[in-house]
Each structure stands twice: as structure tokens, then as C-alpha cells.
Design a protein around this ligand. Sequence first.
Ligand SMILES: NC(=O)CC[C@H](N)C(=O)O
Length: 359
Amino acid sequence: MKGFIVLESGEMFEGIIHSNQTEVHGEIVFFTGMTGYQEVLSDPSFKGQMVVFTYPLIGNYGINESDFESVIPQVDALIVSELSSEGYHYESGSSLLSYCEGHGVPVVSGVDTRAIVKRIREHGDMRAIITTDPSTLSFDKYTSLDQIDVVPTVSCDEPQTFGTGDHHIVLVDFGYKKSIVDSLVKNGCKVTLVPYQTTEQEIKQLNPDGVLYSNGPGNPKQLESLLPTIKKVAEQFPTMGICLGHQLLALAFGGDTEKLTFGHRGANQPVIDMETKQVYMTSQNHSYVVKEESLAGTGFEARYMNINDQSIEGLIHTKHPIFTVQFHPEAHPGPSDSDQLFQVFIEMLQHKGRENVYA
Ligand SMILES: NC(=O)CC[C@H](N)C(=O)O
């Protein structure tokens, strides 16, 4: 059926809508990786977002058993130029479209994705509505993603454990990617995944060697009530933060965040480690960044920087063993240039001191 993507800025784009839903609202963002659609659609950080793929052919290797980042799809919709009708890969168990249809995820194909991306780059990430009837739509009845506390919809309800390694990590779940657990387990950790509102006391009772604050969807400032707990925990245990976890740690110590015009979403974002001058190609998916000028007095120093726009990509604390990254060292999708950062975290647990980080 013919469908329309109506942007909050007023423009309208046509395509073929594959969905029973007649109207879908979300934040429209673009992803620049050539592959990785399965990881993207199952990454909880994309909750509330409609993803436009800049690569023109999507779906050609189908959907497999191993590349899911969570058990259910998380995106609000996929918008593609050409949709492959089959998955041409020996591991493919179903086509992208039949998987999305089976889970009620709307797909819009045959769309001029280059034109949409140009609009997003000019106007910024914005709201959009996918509809079969543009004459009746109204943005007024929907709340923008920035204003919604979306983490409760993706965090686990009960603790869960993974792996049997010697290092015990508490992973605080704001919408964790399965690959983070896999990376920790591969590096000799036992992981206890806990709900996002787990208290300081409960974390202490688990007696972890270290704490990792996960990635997750939405605006970090929606989680303001958790900041005192995050600060107290991070002052007591070696701590790592990834993406939303990085933003929350910065906020907890008095820093500030802001929204980028259009986020970094792709598999080739260049990041420099400002101390070693090493450059990593990184996997990213975020809208918000930590403001450099807000770091004064927080004890944090910027350690990583995005080479494209000079935004902060990671922090290290001057007093406590805490380090954070805005990018995804677990990759999936994307290059694993920075996966040794999990080993850096393990080193930090063993020495429990900042001086040994990156030794
Ligand atoms: N991948 C993430 O953790 C994203 C963090 C946050 N929701 C942002 O968009 O900036």
C-alpha cells in the first residue's frame, strides 16, 4: 500500500508501507552503516526512533539467529530505499520483511532516502509520522522522545546472570546490548544484569568487582532521579559507562549534556584517544553528547574526541577508577578496533586505581 512519511518540518515523502498500522509516530534518524540492520533493529537504544538507512539496498542477507542485540525488535519503523525480498545468505532464517511483519514493525520501502537524510542534516533529528492518509495527521497528540522516560520500557525486571568468570561485573540495564554481555563474558567475567533503578545498597550486596552502566534510549536527563545513586556507586567501585551510561556518569558528577543536530549513527565514526593519539573507527548510535565546558569541577577529563565534529567521545576520572565511552567498544554492528577497552576495564578492576588504567 502507498504510504507517506511526514516530517515535523513539513516535507512529505512517499513509499510503499508494509504494515497493518495506519499511523506511526517517532523520532526520525539516519544510520550510515552499509550492513548491520539486524543489530540496529534489535538495539534497545533505538526505542522510539524510526531509522532511515543511507545504504540503498537493505535486507539482502536476511535475518539470522546470532546477530540480535535483544530478543525483540526495538525500532519504531525502518525506512529504506530498496528492500531485498529474500535473504541471500546461508545463515538467513527469514527475510527482513517477514521478520518485521511477524513482529509488527512497520517498514517503508521505495523511499527517496537521500532526500530525507539531507532534510535531517539541515533540520536536525525531528519527529515524523508514517501514515496511509496524510490529510488527517496531527503531531499535537504525540509527545516527543526527548520528553519521555523510555528506559523503563526496555530495562529488565529481574536480575539475571551470565558467564562464570572470575571478575564479577554488575551491568546496570538501561537497555543493554547483548554484545556488551558477550564481550564481558569473553574477557573472563561473570555478569549480573540488574534493573536500571537498582539501589546502591542492592548493588553493594552483590559484591561486584566493578560496575558497568549500559547504553540505552532517550534523553539522559529523563533519568535525573538516579544520578545521586550513580555517583555514590561510581565512587565505590571501578566503573565503566557506555553511551547512555557515559552520559549519566557525566551528569552524576555535575557535567551537562546537549543534543546534537543529527546524531552519530553508523559503523565508521573516527575517534581519537587524545593521550595515545591512536584513532579508532567506531560503531555509534547516539543523539546526545557531554558538553566539554561542563566538565570543570567534575573530576572528569575528556579522553576521546570525535574527529568529524570534535565532540567528546569518552572520559576518564582524575580521582576514581572510572572511564566512559560514547561509542560502542562491543561493536555489533561495526569494527571491533576498540574492543580491548573491555580488557582495560578488567585491568582497572584488578588494580583498583586510576594510575593503572591504560598502563
Ligand atoms: N546508544 C545509546 O546508549 C544512546 C544514548 C542516548 N539515548 C542518546 O541518544 O544519546
